[in-house]
Design a protein around this ligand. Structure first.
Ligand SMILES: [Zn+2]
Ligand SMILES: [Zn+2]
Length: 103
């Protein structure tokens, strides 16, 4: 099933955008990938993580709580494990900055 194929990609990759999936799964029609992505999001299996200038990235909702540090220059994403418990911490938006490769 197409939905399972898409979901499998999320098990192999931390973050994926619609364009990533289109590249990885050329045998599935773009509109079908888009529909399944939206369905997975609606079913709360995946969630929207952040949007850069071009595209929106998604990850599995079941992943442990963590934050993303996104490089404003190259788009590289670092994962920061949440070590402290702060109420509503997950509602803090993603952090942006310049990664060590770009600075
Ligand atoms: Zn993540
Ligand atoms: Zn960078």
């Amino acid at each position: 099933m197409n939905k399972d194929k898409i979901l499998k990609q999320f098990n192999n990759n931390h973050l994926l955008s619609l364009n990533n999936l289109i590249d990885i799964l050329p045998e599935i029609e773009k509109s079908v990938i888009y529909r399944n992505l939206k369905r997975l999001e609606r079913d709360n299996i995946i969630k929207e993580v952040f949007t850069n200038s071009k595209e929106t990235f998604y990850e599995l909702s079941s992943l442990d709580d963590h934050q993303h540090l996104i490089c404003e220059s190259c788009g590289h994403v670092e994962t920061i494990q949440k070590k402290i418990k702060i109420k509503n911490f997950s509602e803090v938006t993603n952090l942006t900055g310049i990664c060590s490769d770009c600075s």
